[in-house]
Design a protein around this ligand. Sequence first.
Ligand code: GDD
Ligand code: MG
Length: 360
Amino acid sequence: MTEAILLVGGKGTRLRPLTVNTPKPMVPAAGVPFLTHQLARARAAGVTHVVLATSYLAEVFEPHFGDGSALGLELEYVTEDEPLGTGGAIRNVAPRLRSAPDEPVLIFNGDILTGLDIRALVSTHSATGADVSLHLTRVADPRAYGLVPTDDTGRVTAFLEKPQTPEEIVTDQINAGAYVFRRSLIDTIPAGRPVSVERETFPGLLAEGAHLQGMVDSTYWLDLGTPQAFVRGSADLVLGRAPSPAVPGRCGDRLVLPTARVAPDAKLTGGTVVGEGAVIGSGARVMGSTILSGAVVEPGAVITDSLVGEGARIGARTLLDGAVIGDGASVGTDNELRAGVRVWCGAVLPDGSVRFSSDM
Ligand code: GDD
Ligand code: MG
């Protein structure tokens, strides 16, 4: 097993404003672009050749990762002229694959943080002789995902992407976004037009009688597609709950990158990350949050489960809880921002301009 395709071309719409200037896989989690964790985990599982299928903001990947040698990988980049969807993206990189027709090729969604045993997925694939093997996980509310019922041998019986009606919710097993494809199947996906692997390829293969095998693995799993999930995932990497060889430092309550300045009486807990050159003022408390590089948190601010973008400023005594502050935004002193509020990149909120009231 040597090669993998990473799907990193999505627009990351639900992560805006974090993804206005940065594609989702390049937003820092635990101090490094999120994609670094996936690449390092693939490398640790024995993958040596990775093709990145890029589309949205494609130009930022290569300057950062180059030929991949820093991670012990051989990295290639393929950019779609128009977004081709998940299946189209997989087909589009086929000319770069080196595997023989019957050999396995790994494919990963580019926004998943997981402790999946990648080698076990590949062994299951060879042991069962499947055409495609899928990592499945169980979630309480499967509606936002691809539902994948299986029979008692783990063979996939249907694939229902984002079910619209209650009758379609037939299982709590979902597609966890990691596949092994027999290489020859990749070549059968139609080329040159958008294809959804979830809505077209998987249902089509099942209708033709292909063998799709599910492997339920209940290890750590999170889709980092929303700001709340992204902040949670970054904190879990720092805390060591989500495994990655690429966390730059020891796991613990906090990760403070070199050149960040933290006042001695500031409190950083719950997997908080403070990026390079960021400043945390006296008496500030930051819990389970990500403060990106160059941001400034003024004295007495209290930040919980929030993300503060590059170069943003959080005024003294301001309270953030579940908030996302875009790059370069400035939130004045004595504000209170809660519950999924998003401040756009570069926006300016005057001192004391936003309060939260629960007694309306
Ligand atoms: N190259 C390329 N081109 N990549 C794309 C494109 C495209 O046109 N569209 C999406 N991607 C990439 C995204 O960047 C992401 O890494 C991956 O494909 C999946 O897209 P998402 O937009 O994140 O899909 P989702 O989260 O709604 O659903 C998918 O993931 C779920 C698990 O998190 C599906 O695969 C579901 O079935 C699955 O349950
Ligand atoms: Mg996703």
